[in-house]
Design a binder for this molecule. Structure first.
Ligand code: UD1
Length: 336
């Protein structure tokens, strides 16, 4: 089985390539290195003993995309990660986000139709729920007005996929990730943010490593036990494994609907301060942090109802919050 992984050198993509190769799939990666490093290809090879195929081009380039699919046949399924993902940047450069994230998806699906590639796994996000009215949030919860152009690209991409599936032979699974954190146990691959991290976990590990002076905890006046915002953090290796199950489900034709959506989280919510405490516990250090005002656009609390993924997909997150913080720290230390 040959699986194309777009964005396969990125954070979630690289962990998924490792799991795919370990499960016996042939993997071809397309990644234009816009937010990843070519060294990751060697790290994947080191972990699995197999060098995946690799192509460097921009998927929003229609001609390059057509050329790739004309020259590479026998692809059984596609896992599409390649996209821009910085919320703040998307507010300042909306057209760049819409163009990159949506044109690449449409180019891929055009070629799937032309070359009879039926199976697509798409990386969506719990951002489509906004602040849910009911927690834990199920896949049936209404999707809310997106808080940012980035969030809107995920919502629009879901719609584009759904419409295309209903008009063609395409089958798709959208995985709505909650908050991916942590790193591979080898510490060879992990999250490599460029510049100042926006996300909590890399900011914590960089602060502990002395790269950042202090973590700002955004808001302590939320309606939660300790006043800080709650998220459903999920270990990136658990998340990667969900992709293997999803792509197998499509390739083996075990999907019940042509377009299916699954929440991929642990089902547990942790506050910002609980994540900090876990980090301090597993590293036996004190983290330098201060409480500041809320960050604009942040929601108060969200965690997943994972019943559908657990029962229908047969997937369940296995790693707990301490394994997430510990592996993130191990990766940070290995970068030095
Ligand atoms: C964000 C995006 C989400 C996207 C995800 C990608 C927003 C509103 N949402 O999720 O759409 O899919 O990134 O990874 O931006 N925090 C601090 N201090 C920090 C950084 C974060 O206190 O320096 C807090 C945040 O306020 C939040 C929690 O930590 O409560 C998690 O933040 P983050 O890791 O940025 O993820 P999200 O905002 O949940």
């Amino acid at each position: 089985m040959k699986i194309l992984v777009t964005g396969g050198l990125g954070y979630i993509g690289s962990h998924t390539v490792v799991e795919l190769q370990s499960a016996g799939f042939n993997v071809v990666i397309i990644d234009n290195l816009s937010n990843s490093k070519i060294e990751v290809l060697d790290k994947i090879t080191q972990i699995t003993g197999i060098k995946p195929g690799y192509f460097n081009f921009d998927l929003s380039n229609k001609t390059a995309c057509e050329e790739f699919f004309s020259n590479n046949n026998n692809i059984d399924g596609i896992i599409h990660f390649a996209a821009y993902k910085a919320v703040g940047e998307s507010v300042n450069k909306p057209l760049m986000y819409y163009r990159n994230n949506l044109e690449s998806l449409m180019n891929i699906m055009d070629n799937m139709n032309i070359h009879n590639i039926a199976n697509l796994v798409f990386s969506s996000s719990c951002t489509v729920y906004g602040q849910p009215d009911v927690l834990p949030v199920t896949e049936q919860a209404p999707r809310k007005q997106a808080e940012s152009p980035y969030g809107n690209t995920k919502k629009m991409a879901e719609d584009i996929i759904q419409d295309t599936v209903y008009s063609s032979d395409l089958k798709a699974i959208a995985l709505r990730y909650f908050n991916p954190v942590g790193a591979h146990p080898t510490a060879l691959i992990g999250e490599l943010p460029l510049g100042v991290p926006n996300n909590l976990m890399p900011f914590i590990t960089q602060t502990a490593a002395g790269i950042r002076e202090q973590l700002s905890v955004f808001g302590e006046d939320y309606d939660t036990a300790d006043g800080t915002a709650i998220r459903d953090y999920i270990h990136v290796v658990d998340l990667a494994k969900a992709h293997i199950i999803a792509v197998k489900r499509l390739v083996e034709k075990n999907n019940k609907l042509d377009y299916e959506i699954f929440n991929i989280g642990t089902g547990n919510g942790y506050s910002v301060l609980e994540v900090v405490k876990s980090f301090e516990r597993v590293t036996n250090t004190k983290l330098n942090y201060k409480i500041v005002g809320r960050r604009e656009g942040d929601i108060e609390k969200v965690w997943a109802n994972t019943d559908f993924a657990n029962n229908e997909l047969g997937w369940k997150a296995e790693k707990d919050i301490d394994e997430m913080t510990a592996s993130a720290w191990k990766f940070q230390l290995a970068l030095k």
